[in-house]
Design a protein around this ligand. Structure first.
Ligand code: FES
Length: 169
């Protein structure tokens, strides 16, 4: 059994940007001539802090930078690198694009979901793992490929996946 934590599980208060994070975002914005250019790096900072990009934090960021919230939400939902809902401590993203599909990524995904007892978008009961699919990770030559947080794993087989998951447990 698995759960998909609701964005409301943790109170809004916990998604408040700290003064330190606000300062970092403000400093960052000074480096860009166009204020919208700071959205992506600022979203990375927010994701580093919370593990995902909570709407409350994005609204505060938009306000801080004087950018429309919808613009920030649009960027965050466009790029799969931003988690729009809470993820596990180890977020597995498996490539579903052509080279990886032809080399068995769909079967690997099934294997991972079965092994962890979760579906796409869910978080394991212990909060350790979540899984999603992504478009091309830019490593087609060593398909199938997945990322766990920021780490690439290439030329995957079920055996390799099992070893990776075991090393994270
Ligand atoms: S198709 Fe999977 S990395 Fe490019």
């Amino acid at each position: 059994m698995s759960t998909t934590p609701s964005p409301h599980v943790v109170g809004d208060k916990e998604y408040k940007l700290s003064q330190q994070l606000k300062d970092k975002i403000t400093d960052l914005s000074a480096q860009y001539p166009e204020k919208n250019s700071v959205i992506i790096p600022a979203l990375h900072l927010i994701q580093d802090e919370f593990g995902w990009v909570p709407p409350a934090a994005m609204r505060q960021m938009a306000q801080l930078l004087n950018i429309a919230s919808n613009t920030v939400f649009g960027v965050a939902s466009f790029y799969t690198m931003f988690n729009n809902k809470p993820v596990g401590r180890y977020h597995i993203q498996i490539c579903r694009n052509i080279a990886c599909s032809l080399n068995g990524s769909k079967e690997l995904l099934e294997h991972i979901m079965k092994k962890l007892g979760i579906q796409i978008g869910e978080v394991s009961n212990d909060g350790k793992f979540s899984v999603s699919t992504v478009e091309c990770l830019g490593a087609c030559g060593s398909a199938p490929v997945m990322m766990v947080n920021d780490v690439y794993y290439e030329n995957l087989t079920e055996k390799k996946v099992d070893q990776i998951i075991k090393s994270l447990e």
